[in-house]
Design a protein around this ligand. Structure first.
Ligand code: C2E
Ligand code: CA
Ligand code: CA
Length: 562
């Protein structure tokens, strides 16, 4: 039936429908006669009067926003030279009035029946603000990661062809979760918006800022001569955000971890570059946050080592590559072993011996920690049960637990099941969680700990004194042990540390938890700690972590000889 419409309508009426349709759909129309180099343009989206345009490339050059011009032309060329079967393109235009609009362009070459010329027919849709649109991030009005990836691909090709270099700067807001937790998601969104606007205003025209998922942003520096120029961009960013940003009368301080990669030097593959950037940011976070890491050979080396660890760790349980060492905690006054901490060890035939300090964070990041942690729990509980059967004296076996493990719903049921399976009382198991875990997600973790204590398990706070806790929150629930971090013990001869230690001991006395000093290596340290009223110690001075069989020698004796 639709074929009759034109015949039933007069030419004038048909023309009216055609015009209204373009207005309703916010659509533009072009027709490029490729043989005659003629353009017909019927388009109001850009607001320009486009006379004297002879072909599609000129048209795109005239309307596309300068930052997207190359990409718009590349999409056209990819269709014309057969790389792409369809002409489909999306980019921003800068209108005559100065606004930025997003357009979706669709086209097809059809032979014109009457004149037999090759003609490219094109529709231009204004898709600004449309959720269906793929390229832009609605919240910040920046381009999103998908669109960015296409730009990056193009920039790499241009850099290669013109013997230039460009850079990627990946930006991650440190502790954004804390902002979300403290002020709520909506506030968090306002922070992201304000941050995006401020950041964009710092960048020159040749840089492109994109919003990546979550609290991450990426800057594309299309072209630079000296790395100093990229460093300067990073320094400007740090300098700017030294001042707080103001959101709803709140002063919010933003710390940033940055990671930089250079193309085509580091890689010519856009996905690999993103991975490298991501890794550089991770390095920044590990080196204490608010830091910029530039991807280089050394960073690359640790990247490949990390990748190898990630792939090897997958099968490590099955291949029985893990085993446990145990390190005694010793009561200072009686010289007796009161507890044993299980510490995981990994020996892999490709990587050799890998320390838990290196692979545990990787296992955490990849989500393997739950499986590994369960293996450690079962192994430690089984050993404790065998030692009890042999009649050895010790009050508890301590197991390190990662935050991810702690938060799993099945964590407590697993503990209960294992204690039942190996017939040990809950009180024989001590869960060590670090001070940073305890403080990290506040309420949620504290609730979990309370439940564990109610079920009879012991809780030790590990690495205490590394700077997170306010002591008051400890008063809220009855933990059994506070393990003072090695960094404080190392400098225990210094008066300030003595004072800190003394006040923790006083607190421990009042709240009835045991104070253990970690990493005690010398007699001198031990003497000072004993004087300050420390209950127990753990460290190389008495005993390094040892395999099960060797620890049994110590347990046989019951007491320490030192
Ligand atoms: P941590 O829980 O603080 O364990 C104490 C670390 O200090 C151990 O390192 C131990 O070998 C070392 N140490 C003990 N006494 C001394 C000393 O006198 N001097 C020195 N220099 N070091 C001493 P290790 O075994 O390499 O473990 C490192 C970290 O890896 C642990 O720190 C813990 O956070 C984590 N970890 C170990 N096993 C596990 C596990 O089964 N699960 C989880 N989630 N983490 C684990
Ligand atoms: Ca520990
Ligand atoms: Ca520790």
């Amino acid at each position: 039936m639709s074929t009759n419409i034109k015949e039933n309508l007069g030419a004038k009426e048909f023309d009216l429908i055609y015009r209204h349709s373009l207005k309703v759909g916010d659509i533009g129309i072009c027709k490029w006669n490729m043989d005659k180099e003629e353009m017909y343009i019927d388009e109001y989206i850009s607001g320009y009067e486009l006379n004297n345009i002879k072909n599609m490339k000129e048209f795109l050059t005239a309307i596309a926003y300068h930052k997207d011009r190359d990409l718009a032309i590349r999409d056209l060329e990819d269709y014309l030279n057969g790389t792409n079967l369809y002409y489909l393109s999306t980019f921003r235009i800068k209108t005559k009035a100065g606004d930025i609009k997003w357009v979706l362009v669709k086209g097809k070459i059809l032979k014109d029946e009457d004149i037999r010329d090759k003609v490219l027919h094109v529709l231009i849709f204004n898709v600004t603000g449309s959720k269906l649109h793929e390229g832009h991030d609605i919240m910040t009005n920046l381009i999103n990661d998908r669109f960015f990836l296409r730009k990056l691909k193009n920039a790499i090709q241009v850099a290669k062809a013109q013997n230039k270099q460009g850079a990627l700067i990946y930006i991650d807001i440190d502790n954004f979760k804390t902002i979300n937790n403290n002020y709520g998601f909506q506030f968090g969104n306002l922070v992201i918006k304000e941050f995006a606007m401020s950041l964009d205003s710092l960048l020159s025209h040749s840089c492109e800022l994109a919003k990546f998922p979550g609290d991450k942003f990426m800057i594309l520096v299309n072209d630079f001569d000296y790395i100093k120029e990229v460093e300067e961009i990073c320094n400007n960013i740090y300098e700017y955000f030294k001042r707080p940003i103001e959101i709803l009368d709140n002063q919010i301080y933003i710390n940033l971890s940055l990671g930089v990669t250079i193309f085509p030097n580091d890689s010519t593959d856009e996905n690999e570059l993103l991975k490298f950037c991501d890794f550089a940011v991770t390095q920044s976070k590990h080196s204490g946050k608010n830091v910029c890491t530039i991807f280089n050979k050394e960073v690359a080396k640790s990247y490949y080592r990390r990748t190898l660890i990630e792939s090897e760790i997958l099968n490590a349980i099955e291949n029985q590559e893990f085993y446990l060492h145990y390190q005694p905690k010793i009561d200072i006054s009686s010289n007796r072993i009161t507890s044993l901490e299980a510490l995981i060890r990994w020996n892999n035939n490709k990587l050799g011996f890998i320390s838990p300090g290196e692979f545990i964070p990787i296992a955490e990041g990849k989500g393997y920690i739950v499986q590994i942690g369960n293996w450690v729990l079962e192994e430690a509980i089984k050993t404790a049960s065998q030692w009890k059967d042999k009649g050895y004296y010790f009050e508890s076996i301590a197991v390190n637990i990662s935050p991810t493990q702690l938060k799993r719903k099945e964590f407590k049921p697993t503990l209960i099941k294992l204690c039942k399976k190996y017939n040990i009382p809950h009180s024989l198991l001590e869960i060590e969680i670090t001070e940073s875990t305890l403080m990290g997600t506040s309420e949620e973790n504290i609730g979990i700990l309370k439940e564990l204590i109610d079920s009879g398990f012991k809780i030790a706070i590990d690495d205490f004194g590394t700077g997170y806790s306010n002591l008051i929150s400890l008063i809220e629930f009855p933990i059994s042990t506070l393990k003072i971090d090695k960094s404080i013990v190392d400098n225990i001869e210094c008066e300030k540390n003595k004072l800190v230690f003394k006040s923790i001991v006083t607190l421990g006395r009042n709240l009835k938890f045991e104070i253990i000093a970690e990493g005690v290596e010398t007699k001198k340290q031990l003497d000072i700690l004993a004087k300050l009223g420390c209950d127990g110690i753990q460290g190389y001075y008495f005993c390094k972590p040892l395999p099960k069989e060797e620890i049994e020698g110590w347990l046989e004796k019951g007491k320490c000889d030192k």
